[in-house]
Structure formats: C-alpha cells, structure tokens
Design a protein around this ligand. Sequence first.
Ligand SMILES: Nc1ncnc2c1ncn2[C@@H]1O[C@H](COP(=O)(O)OP(=O)(O)OP(=O)(O)O)[C@@H](O)[C@H]1O
Length: 664
Amino acid sequence: MTTTATTLKGEPLDKAQLESMLRRRMFYTPSFEIYGGVAGLYDYGPPGCALQANIIDIWRKHFVLEEDMLEVDCTVLTPHDVLKTSGHVDKFADWMCKDPKNGEIMRADHFVEDILESRLRADKEARGEKVEEKEEDPKKKKKKAKALEAAKLDDATVKEYEEVLAQIDNYNGEQLGELIKKYDLRNPATGVQPNPPVSFNLMFQTSIGPSSNFPGYLRPETAQGQFLNFAKLLEFNTGQMPFASASIGKSYRNEISPRGGLLRVREFLMAEIEHFVDPESGKKHHRFHEVEDIELDLLDRHTQLSGKTTTTRMKIGDAVRQGIVDNETLGYFLARIHLFLKKIGIDQKKIRFRQHMANEMAHYACDCWDAELLTSSGWVECVGCADRSAYDLSVHAKKTGAPLVVRQRLDEPKVIEEWAVEIDKKKFGPFFKKDGKVVEAAILATSQEERGRLAKELEENGKAVINVPGVGDGQVEFSKDLVSIKWQKRVENIREYIPNVIEPSFGIGRILYSLIEHNYWTRASEGGDEARGVLSFPPAVAPTKVLIVPLSSNKDFTPTVRKLSQKLRSIGISSRVDDSSASIGKRYARNDELGTPFGVTVDFQTLKDGTVTLRERDSMRQVRADEEKIIEAIRALVDGTKTWKDIEAELPLFEGQELDVPVR
Ligand SMILES: Nc1ncnc2c1ncn2[C@@H]1O[C@H](COP(=O)(O)OP(=O)(O)OP(=O)(O)O)[C@@H](O)[C@H]1O
C-alpha cells in the first residue's frame, strides 16, 4: 500500500527530482534506449556499478565469510527437466488479465490493488483529509468537487477495500476475477473491465544447442544450481551438517508489467543462501543466542488476514519462543538480514518483516517471511526468507535417483522393522530400457505405506502398478521377478535423511534502489535558490570514497594531487580527482549527488606547509592537517573504526567553514 515517502531528513520525497539526479549522474539507465528501450531492462552506470559491487562485497563478508558458507557459481541456462521437476514449469506463474478494448495486458493482482488504492485515495480527498491548496479555475473546481462527491465511499466499503488490500497477495486467479466483477474494476485507460485472469509462466524459454530438442530456460532463481550440487557440497564439507551454500548471479523473470524502475525488472542480480539443516534438530541454530535480543517489526499472517497491516515490534527470541516465527534457524536469518540491511545504510524505520499468507507462498515453501522496505512505491519485498522444507532435494532425488541425502553415523544402533525393496538389476534394466533409472527412483522413493500396498499387490497378482509421471501414461507395471518388497528387520548404524532448507533470497537491485531513496535528501545551494541532492551513503557502500579537489588549475597542485590519489589507491580506497574549472562548491555539490562521503582540498596553504583539508559530505564541516594524518583519518572513517566526531576531536577544524547540523 502506498505510504507517503520521505527523505532521510523526513521531508516529502520529490521522486521526479531524485530520478532526474540519478539519470544525470548515471546510476542506471534504460537498456537499448536509443532503440526505444525495453521495459524492465536497465544498465548500471559507473556509480551504480560501484554501489552494487560494494553492497555485494558487504553481503559476502556478512554472510559467506562470517558464516563459512560454501559459495558456488552455477549456470544461468537450465535444462527443462530440472525446472519441470522443481515445479517451476507448471507453477512459476502470475495471473494476468487483458483489456478486451485496447489489448493492454496487466498483472491481475496489481490491477486490483491499483484501482482499489486509487478509490481509497479519492475517498480520502472527498472527505477533506488531503486538501488541495493551489488556486484552481472555478469551473474546474466545481467539476472536481462533483467528481470527489461521487468518489465518496461508505465506511463498510472502505473497510472491505482495506481488508482486500491487506491480503492482496493471497488471492488466486479465480478470486482476483471475482474481485474485478464484484467491485466493477475498470481499466482507467478504456473504461472497461478486463477479461478473467489467466496464468502466465514467468520463465524465458530457449533451446540449448543447435537443434530444438533440448529445451531450457534462463533460471528464475539461483537456488536450483545449489540444490543439484548438494551431494558434492556435503562431501566438500566433510559430511558435516548443518551447512549453507551461497550464490550471487543474474536471474530472469518475464514480468507481466515491469514497473517502479529497478523494483520490478526482467533481469536482476540475486544473492541467495541455502542453509541445509537436519529436520529432526528442531531447526535449532547454534548462534541463535547471538541475535535473540534483536528487535524486529513483524507483520504476521493472522494480522493480515484480519485486514490490518500494523506491525508488532518484538525481540526475535520472543517471536520464536511464541511460535510466531517457526524456528530458530528462520529467526536467526531474519535477524542477520536485519543487521545486513542496517550495515549498508537502510533506514531502520523503513524495514518490516511480513509473513506470507498460505496462498501467497511459492509452491516449494512451508513458511516464508519477507524483509520489506518502505519506498515511494510503498512496502517492497527486498529479501524473501523461506523455509523450503525438503521439497527441492526430494523431488530432484526422486526424479534422478541421485542420493541427495545426509548419512549420519548413529551413536547407538537402531533395530528397524519395515518394508524393504529389492530390485533385480540384471532383469530390471533390460526390461525398462531408457526408463529404467526413473522407474527405479520412483520405486525407491515410495513411502512405507505405499510399499505395503505394493507388496500386497505383488503377492496377490504377481505384479503391481506405480505412478511414474513422464513414463508412458504415468502408470508403470512391474512384476515380482523384477522387484520384491518384503517385511524385514534390520539393524541401522547409519541414519539417512533429506535435509530441510532455509533460504534467504536477496534481490540486489531492489535493495540498491531502496538504499538510494533512504539516503537521499536535499539542501539549499549557497544562494538558497536551488535544492541540491545529497546521497548520505555510509562510507562502506559509497561508490567513491574520496573526492580530491585542487583549488584551481595551477600546475603546482598536481604533484600533491597525484601523491594523494596514489596513496589512497595503495590502501584500497577509491578516489576521484575533479580538476575541472567549476567552483569548489559546485564540485562538492556534484559529488554530494554521487554520495561521495569525503573531500580533500589542495590549496595554496598546502604548497607552504603540506596540509590539506578534509570535508565531510553531510555536515560540510572540514578539518585541516598534514597529508599523512588526513589519509589515516580517511582510512579509519572508511573502515568504520572512527566517526567524523572522533576526527573532529583529533584534528583542528578548518577556519572559515560554513557550519551545518550533521545528519548522522
Ligand atoms: N522482477 C524482479 N525485479 C527485481 N527484483 C526481483 C524481482 N523478482 C524478485 N526479485 C527479488 O528477488 C527476491 C527473491 O525472489 P522471490 O521469488 O522471493 O520474489 P517474489 O516473491 O516472486 O517477488 P514479487 O512477489 O515481488 O514478484 C525478492 O525478494 C526480490 O528482492
């Protein structure tokens, strides 16, 4: 739901002004623009690339290094069979509806959401809750007053709309179609109701190789590559559980209606973690105690179903103990996600964790919480944190026969009585030929209950039938010569189980854009006639850390400028020299827009005593000291061991500066 967006300083956000600044500074730009562009495809420019690389760098340190995760880099091209088995071919879809008059195609839930929200907005205005202050032509005013009167809703309808919006993600296509009819929702462009919603698969299909008989897709998530490598990763980890894999890479989704700039695109960078855990461990996490006192704003499923969107602030420890968040591992990752977002500079007041409702959950998930960030487009899911249970490993193991399991040595052997399957491989292979592996995997994957039924069939008829999708008509018959199923007693020294998976999945583009909005504000130019943009990124994510500005184009400044940039380079701190003829103020303003946190000025005093000034972006305050001390200060500020306050306490303030109140 749309909520008024604010800048870092709490003033209303002027989105058009921000967008124009981002375009001008080339954070990102529509791809193929001179060909007219393609919706949902963007290229990143130099500051966008650097910002993205810094976010990824912090992500890698915060998760992969801190938690000893096993990073993999898997291919984007994925064979059809993999995504058929994972359920994406059949279920990775959104509902779309078509306007019969102009042919416009819309995402059905977004269409319902947009129209209901605009009706609620109009109603608010009609009730005088948001007053237009600008002078209007009296004729137009009269017409508008009439329209507003017509827009008034009764209290029951407002409540109903709010309830629908609170659970908009929970409706299936049929239900969305009913809502369109019930509330007579019409496309504002044509004034007609769209056709009933139909399902649209979001994957981009292709063929691998020159013939068309090897269909594939561009992956819609990085997760499948991680699951398929599970057995090798477990071996790499010397069989130790639990462990996590991680992957950073592009994913592709043919979104029905891309919108909101980077927020809904068709090609985007994902950073995903698959944490494999023993389901019998109660999904405990050995580091949960480190995070249990962290407070999060939670919006649970029940609150949404009651038509509300109010969050409850609580310690993650309490949320897990009270069963609001299902288990420690899920809770641990929610807290770690929160810490990561805080570290990169996301506004703490603009983060909430929302639980998925039953219908909203992806086909593989049994519980899911999204980290949502408040932007000018409302609350936007930026990180999904799903408990995928044993779904993916089970389906891939069943399909391929690969043992995607953990084998754990038991301290005490266990005596087990159960139905055991024995396959006569010499006869089985030649009998089923190319289908042999799949049929064998299906038989071995049967439950005890099913084996009981099959054993009875074999005994009574000498043959039995099993369901094997994709082989013949899906019903496969086998005889007792090929397979025997007997009730057996055995001693087990090894426990074999399929791990469950907790998956935090980050959309880097959405996080990057939210970070920009959360750190944006404006300040008046020196003459006070212009509002200039500032991006107050924390130094760790800022695209460039230091701007070096010689006072003028005087050649005498060149050696110091070169020395400074060389020294900064040698300690791994990115800097840029701006020796253009613009005034110092203009040069700083340009770099405030790029989010450059520090500026070093080389002036005539430098030539006399080797001192330079260091300016802090947000407060515009400056200190002056010799080069060595300034470089050391920059190093401490960038690695976070010191704050600007510390530096001001250590180094002399530069006289004659304009003072302003620091925002951080
Ligand atoms: N079209 C997209 N553009 C940009 N980022 C995306 C897009 N789709 C998903 N993401 C990112 O990937 C993360 C994980 O994907 P997930 O499958 O959970 O998203 P989703 O639930 O399908 O998103 P949505 O409901 O918004 O379509 C999301 O939290 C989001 O940050």
